[in-house]
Design a protein around this ligand. Structure first.
Ligand SMILES: Nc1ncnc2c1ncn2[C@@H]1O[C@H](COP(=O)(O)OP(=O)(O)O)[C@@H](O)[C@H]1O
Ligand SMILES: [Mg+2]
Length: 397
């Protein structure tokens, strides 16, 4: 199953573009699912049909086209329910009551996890050729796509600590310590969520069948945010395959004297975006004369935007993280488009390479051979971070 995420700043047209892509893909013969991962769902409004997803099931909205607005609570209860009940009990015990305890026990990033679980289920069902995800604004998209990696690390740590505590003190503690301890069923649920589903999701997200598309409008602030998002996504090895430039004035408007200056300005932004994001293709979506609502209008908008390109295809192959060997040293090459030297940090911590770009940080696990090597240098080379590591105990010099 092809998996395509749409991200971008608030209001740029993510929902419209995601729905248009899905409607067009379905019209071209792909079995398509469009999922809204934005808690402020507007997918149903754009499609002109309620797609609240009774019992988490997608709604058929046109031939080969299904849509789903994910309900976090309903989706997560089977997984998180018992863990949450335990947390609520724990918080109550510490004097935190009612609604506050309930709120505290909500899984951080619950909306994102629920959306991902829906995507994973769609992949497993083999009922769709392509799944298009309409994401919440940029920050939460990153949380969404990096979640399996970050959450599995956090949960694993938590699990280790809790297990250690539980095995050592549990039998006695239940009697003497006035704090409720999690029972084995809580561990079982965390385990299931952690190992089975998060691991599968990570595999799915990092695979070649997954791409992110960034929606922009011809505005400076929007473009700047898109550039940062592109770097951050690359840090987590999430490949982008296209940029969609939305709300471009159609040629008819550009011919009007009033719009002439604006059109020229838009063309400049477009050229800039094409140059900065190259080799990613920049798709042009025009400003429609009305809001783009309903499957038919969306499919037509999608057809105009994609032209001859298949909306479900991978429109550009993203370069990948590579581990290599040079003269007496190892090299790690991580593509980081638009990264700036002054906002970049590299360190080796235990057997991982920790890379920070701006305010994102990732610990990249190193292959066994490189785990004991020492960091000797790092530089940015045409949008790729090149890190040099010296083998541990060799006569490298
Ligand atoms: N190309 C377009 N032409 C006309 N209206 C558009 C276009 N793209 C988006 N819109 C309108 O702009 C508003 C915001 O779009 P939306 O897709 O909801 O953005 P986002 O999901 O990024 O917040 C909506 O009212 C939508 O109908
Ligand atoms: Mg939206």
């Amino acid at each position: 199953m092809r998996l395509v995420f749409y991200t971008g700043k608030g209001g740029v047209g993510k929902t419209t573009t995601a729905a248009a892509t899905a409607a067009h893909a379905a019209a071209r013969g792909h079995r398509t699912l469009v999922v809204s991962a934005d808690p402020a769902h507007s997918l149903g409004d754009v499609l002109g049909v309620a797609v609240g997803g009774e019992a988490g099931r997608p709604t058929e909205v046109a031939p080969r086209l299904a849509a789903l607005e994910v309900d976090a609570r309903a989706t997560l209860d089977p997984h998180w329910g018992r863990i949450r009940d335990y947390l609520v009990e724990l918080f109550r015990h510490q004097g935190i009551e009612g609604v506050v305890a309930d709120e505290l026990a909500l899984l951080p990033g619950a909306e994102e996890i629920a959306a991902l679980l829906a995507v994973e289920e769609a992949a497993r069902s083999r009922r769709y050729d392509v799944c298009v995800v309409d994401c919440a604004p940029t920050g939460s998209t990153l949380r969404l796509v990096t979640l399996p990696e970050v959450a599995s690390r956090a949960l694993r740590l938590l699990l280790r600590v809790q297990r250690a505590v539980a095995t050592v003190v549990s039998p006695v503690a239940r009697v003497v310590v006035p704090v409720p301890l999690p029972g084995p069923e809580v561990f079982r649920d965390v385990d299931q969520l952690l190992y089975e589903r998060l691991a599968k999701l990570r595999e799915l997200l990092l695979g070649d069948a997954t791409s992110v598309r960034i929606v922009v409008t011809p505005e400076r602030m929007v473009i700047d945010e898109a550039l940062r998002a592109h770097t951050d996504l690359a840090l987590f090895e999430l490949g982008c395959d296209a940029v969609v430039m939305n709300r471009l004035f159609p040629p008819a408007a550009a011919a009007e004297a009033f719009f002439e200056g604006w059109s020229r300005w838009q063309e400049e932004r477009l050229a800039e975006v094409e140059a900065s994001f190259a080799p990613l293709p920049v798709l042009r979506a025009s400003l429609a004369d009305d809001e783009v609502i309903g499957v038919e209008a969306l499919a037509a908008h999608g057809a105009r935007t994609f032209g001859d390109a298949d909306p479900a295809a991978r429109l550009c192959a993203a370069p990948r993280l590579r581990f290599g060997r040079g003269k007496g040293e190892y090299r790690v090459e991580l593509p980081l488009p638009h990264a700036r030297k002054d906002a970049l940090d590299v360190a080796k911590v235990d057997d991982a390479l920790v890379v920070r770009t701006g305010n994102r940080r990732r610990a990249i696990p190193l292959p066994r051979k490189l785990a004991a090597a020492t960091l000797v240098g790092a530089k940015l080379d045409a949008g790729t971070l090149v890190v040099r590591l010296a083998p541990a105990a060799s006569g490298a010099r």
